[in-house]
Design a protein around this ligand. Structure first.
Ligand SMILES: [Cu+2]
Length: 249
């Protein structure tokens, strides 16, 4: 896909639900430079695992658009999209299928992540750029409100170095009064979801909504190399400190 920025500010594009290359992950200044005004960035390929489902929304004028499978080095027509007017929402969604099983946890690497902060929370002071600051000063002077493991998060905050292929558990404790939509880039994880009422269901996700006070294990195999962001997808939370990085090598 070709992405052209016509906004007044540089931007980038990040994909959910797709196991992507690090260079295409769309995190400015972590995985790539931001795309400047009216530059084009040719996303030539999207890498999908076997049997992986991807939801793609394409806005296009009336006409046809081809998708090609290129993993063998040869282009093979995979689908032809034909737009001939506005279409109502699809009646049938494709079946949801997991493409990898929840890994065995014997010998798994556990990464504890303690989330704190926010209004009416219990975070009184925390580390920011090497200094310990009171939450009030952090909020007023730096617009920061959240901490991962006692440190205001950002690209500098490395949660873990993981070996390629290592079975890993992000053990999250949301010790705040707020919900957080935790998103891991580059990987999908298994979580025991409490999103469906009392019945706990194991789900494969790249984003998991945690309720206030919830503890959750996000279980994954670190099988996509380089640096990946782990953050709350409520963007104002991310901007004010709720983000960190894992390294996979
Ligand atoms: Cu949040």
């Amino acid at each position: 896909m070709e992405f052209t920025d016509r906004l007044e500010v540089p931007t980038a594009m990040h994909w959910h639900g797709i196991r992507n290359l690090n260079e295409m992950d769309g995190v400015p200044n972590l995985t790539q430079a931001a795309i400047a005004l009216c530059d084009s960035f040719d996303l030539q390929t999207i890498r999908l695992a076997t049997a992986q489902r991807a939801d793609i929304m394409v806005e296009m004028p009336a006409g046809e658009l081809g998708l090609e499978e290129v993993s063998t080095g040869e282009s093979v027509g995979a689908a032809m999209l034909k737009a001939n007017g506005l279409v109502p929402a699809m009646a049938n969604s494709p079946a949801v299928m997991a493409w990898y099983d929840r890994p065995d946890l014997s010998g798994a690497r556990v990464i504890d992540v303690y989330l704190e902060g926010g209004a009416i929370g219990n975070l009184l002071s925390t580390q920011f750029e090497g200094d310990v600051l009171a939450l009030r000063d952090l909020a007023q002077a730096h617009s920061k409100l959240w901490a991962f493991n006692g440190i205001v998060g950002g690209y500098h905050h490395l949660l873990a170095y993981l070996a390629l292929g290592e079975v890993s558990v992000l053990r999250i404790w949301n010790d705040t009064r707020w919900e957080h939509s935790m998103h891991l880039h580059g990987h999908h994880f298994w979580a025991d979801s409490r999103e469906f009422g009392d019945k706990v269901r194991s789900v494969l996700r790249d984003t998991y909504l945690m309720t206030a006070g919830e503890r959750a294990d996000l279980v994954f195999v670190a099988n996509n190399p380089k640096m990946w962001l782990f953050h709350c997808h409520m963007m104002e939370h991310h901007a004010s400190g709720m983000g960190a990085v894992i390294s996979v090598t």
